[in-house]
Design a protein around this ligand. Structure first.
Ligand SMILES: C[S@@+](CC[C@H](N)C(=O)[O-])C[C@H]1O[C@@H](n2cnc3c(N)ncnc32)[C@H](O)[C@@H]1O
Length: 328
């Protein structure tokens, strides 16, 4: 199996260097979360998903197990399913098993080895389905990947509440862009983590096994490995907390002391306690998400939710009809 890639390794390294340099020059300092996901970071994310504290994976899987057949019926069993940020794609079989043999699956992810590995696994499970992995940044969805399937219903599958990593404005832009690509008959099946008790949220991003901390700190190790950054990773600590006012988990790397990072002949000074903001994970009520999606041109068709109201999976289309139902 071949994986189509939008960027060469050299372009990728150039992007990484430029983003880190620009992010460390900023006040407050920040680095986009997509750089967490090298092969090791992707593996650490899979481990996070196994922890008792990180409920979203477990709950979304439960929703897909219960309602996958109904979802497939709504999206159309012969569709082209385009998964954004597919990662290990552990939830995808719960949908693919209800699609017909002429369906096409297009997983999109930034981490090529991980993408290839998970698509090979899925192809072995579903040999009749056509699978076309595409390694690219989903903020730059290439039109040709969608034009190729013009005439068939194209449905974007975006699980894992990965949409929460965008700011609300960034999420609207991304969903607008997806809407333009899939065309008027297209659909969007998206997993969204709900607002809930700060204690539950804080625990989810501070698992006792320390996988989330390792995932966050791996960004520094990756800067050392790939960019030759000179830094003392031991002098940074993982910090994640729920910012209730902004409705988001914030993840930071906190400098334990006064120090500097040297990168490509430039030096970036840190005060003790100063942070690099590495991720946001916005949480939405169903109404907030519906409003956001509406601003991007999407109309809610159906919502599936777990019994405790922790996580929603929404199906949206580009034509306005009354929302059908809320299923638990
Ligand atoms: C939070 S994980 C979710 C993985 C999986 N979809 C799930 O539900 O468990 C985010 C995934 O999106 C990928 N990713 C993050 N930012 C990306 C970007 N800008 N473009 C493409 N893929 C991205 C990561 O490599 C990772 O596999």
């Amino acid at each position: 199996m071949r994986c189509e890639s939008q960027t060469s390794q050299a372009e990728h390294e150039h992007d990484f260097l430029a983003s880190v340099r620009e992010g460390l020059r900023r006040q407050p300092k920040s680095i986009p979360p997509k750089y967490f996901y090298d092969t090791h970071g992707s593996h650490l994310f899979d481990l996070i998903c196994t922890t008792p504290e990180y409920y979203p994976t477990r709950i979304e899987i439960g929703i897909l197990e219960r309602h996958g057949a109904e979802m497939a019926e709504m999206i159309g069993a012969s569709c082209v399913l385009i998964e954004l940020g597919s990662g290990s794609a552990i939830k995808t079989p719960l949908l693919l098993r209800h699609l017909s043999d002429d369906a096409v699956y297009v997983p999109i992810d930034i981490c090529e080895p991980h993408l290839l590995h998970s698509t090979q696994r899925l192809q072995a499970m579903f040999p009749a389905l056509t699978m076309q992995p595409l390694c690219t940044d989903y903020h730059r969805l290439p039109a040709h990947a969608f034009k190729r399937h013009a005439g068939r219903r194209q449905v974007v599958f975006f699980p894992g509440s990965t949409i929460g990593n965008c700011t609300p404005e960034g999420a609207i832009r991304l969903l607008q862009h997806a809407a333009e690509q899939v065309g008027p008959n297209g659909g969007l099946l998206i997993g969204v983590d709900c607002k809930k008790s700060p204690a539950v949220l804080n625990a989810a991003y501070n698992d006792a096994a320390g996988y989330t901390a390792a995932f966050n700190l791996n960004l520094l190790a990756r800067m050392q490995r790939e960019l030759g950054a000179q830094l003392d990773a031991e002098q940074f600590a993982h910090h994640a907390y729920y910012n209730e006012e902004l409705g988001r988990i914030e993840m930071h790397l906190v400098s334990r002391c006064r120090q500097e990072i040297r990168l490509d002949r430039e030096s970036f000074a840190f005060e003790a306690g100063e942070t690099i903001h590495t991720e946001n994970s916005y949480k939405y009520t169903a109404q907030e998400f519906q409003h956001l999606a509406r601003s991007a041109g999407w109309h809610l068709q159906s919502t599936w939710r777990d019994g405790a109201g922790m996580f929603d999976v929404h199906y949206l289309s580009l034509s306005a009809t009354e929302p059908l139902k809320l299923a638990r």
